[in-house]
Write a protein that binds this ligand. Structure first.
Ligand code: 6GU
Length: 285
């Protein structure tokens, strides 16, 4: 299976429909449960779980703390498909078309709105660990350097050759999130997310670079998925769960550990998942 081949992608969609049934496979809302939204996949009603291992062409995830399932069902009265576990480019040799295959599949299943989350290091000094930051724009660093899911020959059925990522994070959806947050007395920041290739964490000088260019939070995912979502016309709501504060000072020894990131993600994940459930309740698709 070639992730760049449109007909191969349709074959994957056909296999999914065959395995869970046409009606079950239909979804209007897609959720990529990154760190911080893990629990939401477990709250799907009438859940039908399809492990990635049963989906032809889907890679398996190996990162500790990430599952590998497609979950179909209902949330807040909407038909949803949740991706429990995403594909990080650093796990798959920067094959971004492969990593974004699930987004294209979701589009074929009928998804019109996608909610994405990630664990991120805080760069803006107002951010504290455990905070939620709504993403209003991004810096897709690998994409700027040619690691984009859209490079290579493009079958027009995927969408436009040149994709606009202005308003990539839908203004109305962000406003809804802010309204829901305000009503629940949540502190909700809005900022710019930068994606680096990883998997190494950034040096203090690299964090300073990102701060200088206007980034508020830093992670290793999301931007490639959002880029593909925009190519196929899916509206996006994205947020970062701040799991740690990125270190800007070379004289300070600060260890970021994956365990710490997972620990905070778990603690704040429940709260984040409830917040997203509240948003979904009020969503009109
Ligand atoms: Cl500090 N950097 C990156 N790239 N990803 C992260 C992170 C930092 N903290 C959590 N995820």
């Amino acid at each position: 299976i070639d992730p760049r081949n449109f007909d191969d992608m349709l074959a994957i969609v056909a296999s999914i429909k065959e395995q869970v049934g046409e009606e079950t496979a239909r979804a209007e809302l897609g959720i990529i449960c990154g760190s911080g939204l893990g629990p939401i996949g477990d709250t799907v009603q009438n859940a039908t779980i399809l492990p990635y291992s049963k989906i032809p062409g889907f890679p398996t995830t190996h990162v500790v703390g990430h599952k590998g399932n497609m979950v179909f069902g209902q949330l807040g009265g909407k038909k949803v498909v949740c991706l429990q576990g995403r594909f990080h480019p650093y796990e798959h040799s920067m094959d971004l078309a492969l990593c974004t295959l699930p987004v294209r599949v979701m589009h074929q299943l009928g998804v019109k709105v996608m909610i994405v989350s990630n664990a991120a290091g805080g760069i803006n000094t107002v951010l504290r660990h455990g905070d939620l930051m709504l993403i209003k724009d991004h810096i897709f660093l690998p994409g700027l350097a040619g690691f984009s899911p859209l490079v290579g020959c493009n079958d027009p059925r995927f969408g436009a050759r040149f994709v606009s990522v202005h308003d990539a994070y839908d203004k109305q959806l962000r406003q809804l999130a802010i309204d829901v947050g305000r009503r629940n007395n949540m502190t909700l920041y809005e900022g710019v997310y930068v994606m680096s290739g990883g998997p190494q964490y950034e040096s203090p000088a690299e964090v300073s670079l990102f701060k200088t260019v206007g980034a508020d939070a830093l992670g290793m995912s999301t931007c490639h998925e959002v880029t593909v979502a925009r190519q196929c016309g899916i509206k996006v709501l994205g947020f970062s769960l701040i799991t740690n504060i990125a270190n800007l000072d070379a004289d300070q020894s600060v260890e970021v550990s994956h365990e710490e990131v997972l620990d905070i993600a778990k603690q704040a994940g429940e709260r984040a998942s409830r917040f997203v459930s509240d948003i979904i309740q009020e969503l009109t698709i």
